[in-house]
Design a protein around this ligand. Sequence first.
Ligand code: NAD
Length: 376
Amino acid sequence: MNILITGGAGFIGSSLALQLIARGHSVTVLDNLSEQIHGADAETGSFLFQRIKDKVQFVKGDVCNEADWKKVLPGQDVVVHLAAETGTGQSMYLIRKYTDVNIGGTSLMLDLLANGNYDVKKVVIASSRAIYGEGRYKAGDGTYVYPGSRSKERLSAGKFDVEYKGDENLQLVATDEESKIHPTSVYGITKQVQEQMVMTVCPSIGVSPVAFRYQNVYGPGQSLKNPYTGILSIFSNLIKHNQSINIFEDGKESRDFVFIDDVVAATVAGIEMKEADGEVFNVGTGVATTVLEVAEALGNGYGNETSLQITGDFRVGDIRHNYADLTKIQQKLGFVPRVSFAEGIARFTAWVNEQEVALIDYTKSLNEMKSKGLMK
Ligand code: NAD
């Protein structure tokens, strides 16, 4: 098939492009080589761009620019729309930019597909676990509940666990696709809108939509330059430069960390299998790992003495826990994650050890949040 990947020079996109080419597909990439991800000179400095640039039809362009879409859409069978602004914290003060790129870019794509004469039969959209906001919990009476954002007052008092209508004894359970959608960031809102627009518009124009709600993706290739997102990259950067790591809250907050190869395998299944059409899927491991466990695993992986400071700092809008229920993707697409966290960390740290890791200005990104009252 002819497959267009927007954001195909990024972490997930470039890994997916290589796998699709290995499977005999022809890949076109539309990407603006954003400096935040690729550095000032992507030609020489971006590991991600370099590994795909001679293997795909590459078009440098912007998903907010109609002329760029018109260069790449003709002849495509499938569009995998990954290009996006991806920083959760950053989205809370660059609101217009996040909505322009994420919602605006998707609207433009759908407008062209609805009104133009193209061969596209399927659109795969990158959604996110961020659309769920806080995870799903079981209350004392056995019902499922969805706690909202934790208040600044509660977090300032060091009460990090969620509560629901005064009930503090909630049991965390996996989030399935039917769980409540209540994002706590502008990023999450844009991902929700992207997903819903694709799932709503595509069937009405004869195109099959598929949405993947990725959990926290990590692995070789993830940007080591972006101080706004990617906890494994940020911690690795600090460890490599012998700086202490500020562990927010009490370090027991958790996420579902899924290895890039598993994300690529799920996405390939979504592209190639008819059973995926019209469906929304969680992609994760179904395992919650705490931030403290991540920092310790990385410290061990690099063999560095790491100084961990559990500061009680917090970011407004951060969730406490979320991990995926994978029943649906397992049943419909036969997807089972293959890479354990221990193996994934070993493969990630081995890759980082081979890279030149320039010090990123993580403090600047934190100060931006602090100056806007979004972090303590
Ligand atoms: P990434 O930042 O590595 O890649 C995004 C790519 O999009 C980059 O190459 C960037 O240059 C490009 N891009 C950004 N703005 C663009 C624009 N206006 N026009 C054209 N290209 C543009 O991100 P990723 O981790 O590969 O994420 C890919 C997708 O998956 C995103 O939509 C993201 O929201 C989603 N997602 C990622 C994760 C994760 O943990 N990595 C989790 C959930 C969802």
